[in-house]
Design a protein around this ligand. Structure first.
Ligand code: ASP
Length: 355
């Protein structure tokens, strides 16, 4: 039974990959670099248009790739209107915002990360300090907060009014069995609609760059899965899963369902695929295939055996080539190869969404 199911999954995955071919080719055209151009490049998830422009501006002025990507993602962490990162991020199930972030610096081979960090809106800056000012790689929870405060970070309430209202709506519509009621007509016979499980918001920014010296760095920062169990940590702060950089090869990072990525450690896998000669886009597609192929829980699969969730991967190599792929079609990512304005490029995909 298990074997049959696995075979089915494998063929579903391959069929999906074949269906993705036209957009794979399109992506390949979109990501080919003019040979005369500098190899400097910055890519990010689709919420990173401003971040990639800022990072490229800094790189053009001579900045190291890590300084550039952190300055870029800080724009998104500070933005109250991005509900998936930093200030204004959607909170955990108790209404507390908990942030995860990681950084990796290619030239030094070092990395740092924080997870479940509360009250500090720039976890990427704290992750960098973990890398530079400790002999550790990952600090979590209260220890991460105390470390940030020791370095002068000020605590602040990260829950904006908008995010609090979204959380309250979620809580009040979660169950007809609890005591929380959404706004309703006092004469209503039935109060509250149950939100479908699969509409839980996710979102993150991953940003990777090659600088003018050809050095590679990356950063991932997020408020993680909305309404998570307090203490839940996703893929973003886990080096090898939500981010990986090898200065000899390139960088990769992710957004989307962290649990799926944690079980495959895809970013380090993508970097290894690139080391073996795969293009960034093909390496990202291979990681999507791996996740689809090893997802076996029925609750996570649709009727055709395909994941009911999405994971997106973004990758650059040392030569400045870039690419991205997602399990499901429709995703885009931000790219800047030296222009004043960044652009969005379509990602390759395993499966075409049915409309
Ligand atoms: N990957 C993030 C996490 O699982 C969320 C996301 O990117 O949507 O925490």
């Amino acid at each position: 039974m298990t074997l049959k199911r696995r075979d089915f999954l494998r063929s579903a995955t391959l069929a999906g990959a074949a269906a993705a071919l036209p957009s794979t080719l399109q992506g390949a055209i979109a990501t080919a670099r003019p040979s005369s151009a500098s190899r400097a490049v910055v890519i990010a998830s689709a919420n990173g248009l401003k971040a990639t422009s800022e990072a490229m501006q800094m790189i053009k002025n001579g900045s190291d790739a890590l300084d550039a990507v952190i300055a870029g993602v800080n724009i998104v962490e500070d933005d109250p209107n991005d509900n998936s990162v930093g200030y204004g991020g959607l909170p955990n199930e108790e209404g507390d915002v908990e942030l995860d972030s990681s950084v990796m610096h290619g030239p030094s081979g070092r990395g740092g990360a924080v997870a479940s960090l509360r009250n500090i809106k720039n976890p990427s800056k704290v992750a960098r300090l973990v890398m530079e000012r400790t002999d550790h790689v990952l600090l979590v929870g209260d220890g991460a907060l105390r470390f940030a405060k020791a370095h002068g970070f000020k605590e602040e309430d990260l829950l904006t009014e908008e995010s609090r209202k979204i959380w309250l709506k979620w809580k009040e519509n979660l169950s007809r069995e609890d005591d929380w009621l959404p706004p309703h007509d006092i004469d209503a016979a039935d109060v509250g609609e149950t939100m479908p499980r699969w509409e839980r918001t996710t979102g993150t920014i991953n940003c990777n760059a090659v600088d003018l010296k050809g050095n590679v760095s990356g950063c991932t920062t997020t408020s993680g899965l909305a309404f998570k169990i307090p203490g839940r940590v996703g893929d973003s702060p886990i080096l090898g899963a939500g981010l990986y950089v090898d200065n000899e090869v390139g960088a990769a990072g992710s957004t989307g369902r962290g649990e799926a990525n944690l079980l495959s450690c895809s970013s380090v896998m993508i970097v290894e695929f690139m080391r073996q000669g795969r293009s960034p886009q093909d390496a990202c597609l291979m990681a999507c295939e791996r996740i689809a192929g090893r997802t076996r829980e029925k609750r996570l699969l649709d009727a055709k055996g395909r994941p009911r969730f999405n994971v997106n991967f973004y990758a650059i190599n040392k030569a400045g080539d870039f690419g991205g792929a997602a399990i499901w079609s429709g995703a885009r990512f931000a790219v800047n190869t030296g222009e004043p304005e960044s652009r969005l490029v379509e990602m390759a995909h395993l499966y075409q969404r049915e409309r």
